[in-house]
Design a protein around this ligand. Sequence first.
Ligand SMILES: [Zn+2]
Length: 297
Amino acid sequence: MSFNPNARLDPSQVEDQRGRGIGGRGVAVGGGGLGLIIVLLYAVLTGSVPSTSEAGALDQLINQTVGQGGPAPSSALAAECQTGTDANQKDDCRIVGYVNSVQAFWSDAFARSGQTYTPAKTRFFTGSLGTGCGTATTEVGPFYCPNDGYVYIDLGFFDELRTRFGAQGGSLAQGYVIAHEYGHHVQDVLGVLRGSAGAQGASGRSVRIELQADCYAGAWAAHAVDTKYLQPLTDANIADALDAASAVGDDRIQAETTGQVNPETWTHGSSEQRRHWFSTGYSSGNPAECDTLSGAI
Ligand SMILES: [Zn+2]
């Protein structure tokens, strides 16, 4: 998985807030969920952002702390992450490259259908950080917050993909995660997230929204070369993405954490479903084929 060495990165699409939250790992939003996009799911399911008294108080503290510092300094990323060579050599620059490629794909896709894509920035953080969806913590995993329009990620999650979720963690696994979260942003832009409140369960709305984001990630992968950022994907690269998608399937996570598989509480879909819908997006390259919201999944 390589970036074109001469590709020009746009680090302004990422805000680096690492080290700017408050330390500690004790406060988890929504119960310290496993998997991606727990906070978004909470918002979708309940129509509100998660708030406990602890989290609320913490948010205030964080907002004050962050607010005193003014805009986050992204100057280091801007200086370090300028070309595809940087993306090939540095972990954080590689994520910048994926953010750039995914958004270039969607910008083109929207334009082809006569629509305008609204970009969204990604915020890197470590520890915990106040967001429009409550406090982001490392435990929650990467997520998209529709309330403020940012993707949040602690880059340590990619270590967890390997150590906690058992994925191989190849480079395109990172691209898959970023593309999945931007899939939720696209759903937000298209108004999908504003639909009726969903429900958990194997064929509930939560699973359908997650599988569509997986399919959108596959559609990006099909066009990653077209964005000029990435060199042609290999079968091994795609296997990495499929492996990551499987690793965060609800059945796999449940089996590993509880020893049981209970589809009634699924929020993301099974490993097989996640592989299937990523593959559907990848083989068609067409986001219109990603209709997981109606019909069989
Ligand atoms: Zn998701």
